[in-house]
Design a protein around this ligand. Sequence first.
Ligand code: NI
Length: 177
Amino acid sequence: METLLQVAQLGAPVLRQKAKKINDAGDASVQKLIEDMLATVKDVSGLGIAAPQVYQSLRLFIVASHPNQRYPDAPYMDPLAMINPHILSHSEEEYLDWEGCLSIPGLRGCVPRWRWIEVEYTDASGSKHQKKFSALVARIFQHELDHLDGILFVDRVRSSRDLMTDKEYLKMLEKKK
Ligand code: NI
């Protein structure tokens, strides 16, 4: 039975810590945490969630890309747990796009990220994978990886002028239609 987890918000010390490597993906507590994080990110229809966001300072996150209002063409993928993830190589170029975060409700920021990345991670069953991600999935991965190092998207904006409240952000989207 899954438990919906409390999400830590900006100011919680756990969001600023460097998370610890997971030595045994098969450990019952890790398996339970993955189940609960999957249920939690689904409940709020999030694109991803990292373990520090649920008060567990461990190198684990979920990527859950799916089409939404902002990214109608976002690839749908079964939410994927990634353990001890890291970037092997990346594009030379960065690009800007808007991001939000479950830990910073009501705020959006325009954040530079690598356009594509090659990554390595261990899945929930303990197998290692090397994959290449681009565009939104690469962006989610970079955002979640930052959480494991105590970095939030507000640290990545080039200027405070690249921050917007949800309300004004939604207004801007409507205008663009
Ligand atoms: Ni976040």
